[in-house]
Design a protein. Structure first.
Length: 212
């Protein structure tokens, strides 16, 4: 992954095991995501499905990440290098390590709570760079419509574990709400395109193929 770029991040469990067994699991995962991933990225959309998840995010710029990881390493008393020139000095590995920390933390919690052992997630999480506004819009649509595409719920608007309702709400959120709404023109068009499932067939086919 590269700094200051958009990505579609997703992962699923091994052997189709449930990732979220009860409501409290969803909330815990989001809290851990906030702890490990929010400091290094801006979140544009997400959806948590019983056996997998999707996030649309933008990795923060290098200067922000340098400050974050310098503070993190200093706090841990393991600072071993100057992070000036972040991307050339292992900084991108530190980004990936944040995701590993998220998955390991969540797995340990699930193993302890449900008396299980071993890995929970597929070994390598998937990350697809998003390099056009059109594709960004289409991925956000796909992520919010994920409950429908995976036959979890016919009514994506009432699905509790996605960012859709936070985007159209007026409540405080850490999501990049304004940027998402602007991408669709306005809130009315954002809602219209979701309700009418305005997905480009070619792009949808590409996204769903990646999601297999």
């Amino acid at each position: 992954m590269e700094t200051d770029k958009f990505y579609h991040i997703y992962n699923r469990t091994n052997n189709k095991e449930l990732l979220f067994k009860e409501d409290i699991n969803y909330f815990y995962f989001l809290n851990q995501f906030k702890k490990y991933i929010s400091p290094i990225s801006d979140v544009y959309a997400y959806c948590l499905i019983p056996n997998h998840f999707h996030f649309v995010l933008k990795i923060k710029e290098s200067s922000h990440l340098e400050r974050f990881f310098e503070a993190k390493l200093e706090k841990a008393k393991t600072k071993s290098q100057d992070l000036q020139g972040f991307e050339n000095l292992g900084g991108l590995k530190l980004i990936s390590q944040q995701f590993s920390n998220l998955f390991n933390s969540y797995t340990k919690s699930i193993n302890k709570k449900y008396n299980r052992n071993g890995s929970l997630f597929a070994q390598n999480f998937k990350k697809k760079e998003i390099n056009t506004e059109k594709y960004l819009q289409q991925v956000i649509l796909y992520v919010h419509l994920n409950p429908f595409f995976h036959a979890v719920s016919d009514d994506f608007e009432s699905y509790l574990h996605s960012s859709y309702n936070s985007i159209i709400s007026l409540k405080t959120t850490e999501l990049k709400r304004k940027e998402v709404i602007d991408l669709f023109g306005d809130k009315q068009n954002f809602i219209f395109m979701h309700q009418k499932r305005k997905l480009d067939e070619e792009m949808l086919s590409s996204i769903m193929e990646e999601d297999e």
